[in-house]
Design a protein around this ligand. Structure first.
Ligand SMILES: [Fe+2]
Length: 275
């Protein structure tokens, strides 16, 4: 598998993850009464204030809520304010074909990036029109061949694997059927290789940092609404939107933190039974 982009930069590598932006084509578009374009603006302003020398921005799906060209263009316009390279992958609210068309001629849809001695692998888990996700046979084969290539490449010591859907079931009862359907298969492939240090995802709109099958798993808050963990029925969490930083060290260490927009809680329909 040919790596398309190889970057050499500082140690540690500075990554910013932005996830579940849920943008609409119309600027007035709201998700459970939250204007997703405005909240993304707050999050990106915070990134600009707090982060410097960003090597790569990872946008891990649900880029848009309505999968319109306008919404993707709104995202591109907003993310350009960070003045850093970015890669995106689709989520359940996206349309992968529309994203591919819009990203044509750019690096946005590139699936492997090598930065120093790290490989960043980006997977598509979306199934058009479905909330849950699945790695297709092709995508599983891509994951396996990418990890195999990394394994025998002396210039790569560590891998970060990114996807939209949670490969480990969420802790809320209503989340039972919305995650990655073939999560166990995903870990079966990941576990065959020794260079995977971290798995990064979004989809369940909350902050998580835990070990699953000896692999560190990080889930991150949306830039709009947040889902409450450990509840049976759908419930919004009254915590503010945010982003995640990852510092990838040459020795394989990963330092990561979530940064949320400060101040009073954003308005949303906190009593909604679903979204
Ligand atoms: Fe989402």
């Amino acid at each position: 598998m040919a790596v398309m982009t190889v970057l050499t930069t500082q140690n540690p590598i500075n990554i910013v993850q932005i996830t579940d932006t849920h943008l609409y084509g119309k600027s007035a578009g709201t998700l459970l009464k939250m204007n997703t374009r405005e909240t993304l603006g707050h999050v990106l302003n915070l990134v600009i204030e707090d982060e410097s020398d960003i090597d790569l921005v990872l946008a891990t799906g649900d880029i848009t809520q309505d999968a319109s060209d306008e919404a993707y263009n709104n995202f591109l316009e907003a993310i350009s304010n960070l003045d850093a390279p970015f890669r995106w992958i689709p989520g359940n609210h996206d349309n992968a074909a529309v994203m591919d068309r819009i990203a044509e001629g750019t690096d946005a849809g590139e699936k492997v990036v090598q930065i120093n001695n790290w490989n960043i692998i980006l997977l598509d888990t979306s199934i058009l029109g479905q909330v849950h996700g699945k790695l297709s046979a092709t995508e599983l084969e891509f994951l396996e061949s990418s990890l195999q290539a990394a394994d025998i490449d002396a210039s790569i010591d560590h891998c970060l694997v990114c996807l939209h859907h949670n490969p480990v079931p969420g802790s809320a009862g209503w989340m039972k059927d919305i995650g990655l359907q073939n999560g166990p298969k995903f870990f079966e492939v990941v576990k065959k290789f020794e260079k995977v240090r971290c798995v990064l995802y979004g989809h369940i709109h909350q902050e998580l940092d835990f070990i699953h099958q000896d692999v560190r798993c990080l889930c991150s808050p949306s830039t709009c609404i947040q889902f409450k963990p450990k509840v049976m029925n759908f419930s919004l969490d009254k915590v503010n939107p945010g982003y995640r930083t990852l510092k990838l060290f040459a020795d394989g260490k990963v330092e990561s933190k979530v940064v949320r927009v400060p101040g009073s809680t954003f308005e949303a329909d906190y009593n909604s039974p679903g979204y």
